[in-house]
Design a binder for this molecule. Structure first.
Ligand SMILES: Nc1nc2c(ncn2[C@@H]2O[C@H](COP(=O)(O)OP(=O)(O)OP(=O)(O)O)[C@@H](O)[C@H]2O)c(=O)[nH]1
Ligand SMILES: [Mg+2]
Length: 239
């Protein structure tokens, strides 16, 4: 089974080399596809350099004018399928998602027991970083709200560390994913539920980024809550 690890990047030059190294260590046979939106810090240049000595490293360079975590992920999925992937993993580049968990994420799919596996911070064995109290409240509320509004049963519906089978990406019509930004994780999971895919979770310990800058703002999070409602009230996206 061919595995492709999709890593969307925007200004991750401080992290990408270390991440690629750790991915190879954890899953030596897997290919890594960095999807960079022409980062101002030239993350893509660094990847180009690394690629010269690393046949398992690939780069999908997108125009900055269409930048976005969601669209980058979607284009990464499509490219991974073109590359012949049977299993596609998506993870952040900032080392919050530790590559050592990749084998546990892909195993249920390889064994034919799941279509989608979520790396979960909120199940026994999993852990979120120690955030300030208000941040914990927000993420807890967001999680429960999404579960209620979208009917999701997962412990960690907003986790961005996930594995999908090739068939899962076809069933959710990855090509037609609309969310340009990080709301994409909710849109995708909702589609997985509507497509009645087999979803499993495996515990992960989430580590706070130590290098590079955060891109998520509180106001954005509030907008997501409204968008979840719109998604739920709209037509079945996988019909
Ligand atoms: N290609 C691409 N990647 C992006 C974009 N925005 C964010 N990313 C990447 O998506 C991943 C998650 O983004 P983060 O900024 O870490 O978001 P976060 O984890 O919610 O925030 P932090 O608290 O800073 O970790 C990282 O690998 C980013 O580099 C974008 O517009 N385009
Ligand atoms: Mg992050």
């Amino acid at each position: 089974m061919k595995t492709v690890i999709v890593v969307p990047t925007y200004n991750e030059s401080a992290n990408i080399a270390q991440l690629v190294k750790l991915i190879h260590k954890s899953v030596p046979a897997a290919l890594v596809l960095v999807v960079d939106d022409s980062s101002p810090d030239k993350t893509y240049e660094l990847v180009r350099q690394l690629k010269k000595k690393d046949k398992k490293l690939h780069l999908l360079l997108r125009d900055r004018a269409i930048k976005g975590r969601g669209w980058a992920g979607r284009d990464g999925f499509l490219k991974a399928l073109q590359m012949g992937a049977d299993v596609v993993v998506e993870m952040d580049a900032d080392l919050s998602h530790q590559p050592k968990y990749i084998p546990a994420l892909i195993k249920p799919i390889v064994m034919g027991k799941a279509d989608v596996v979520l790396g979960s911070r909120y199940m026994p064995g999993g852990k979120d970083i120690d955030r300030p109290f208000y941040r914990q409240m927000t993420s807890n509320f967001a999680k429960n709200y999404l579960k209620l509004v979208l009917g999701l049963k997962a412990d960690d519906p907003t986790s961005g560390f996930r594995a999908y089978s090739k068939d899962a990406l076809a069933r959710i019509k990855a090509k037609t994913l609309t969310a340009r930004d990080p709301f994409t994780v909710s849109e995708i999971l909702y589609r997985c539920y509507r497509a009645k895919l087999r979803i499993q979770e495996t515990p992960i310990v989430f580590v706070d980024r130590t290098k590079g800058e955060s891109k998520l703002q509180l106001t954005t999070l509030l907008k997501y809550l409204a968008r979840a409602l719109v998604l739920r009230l709209g037509p079945n996206p996988v019909a």
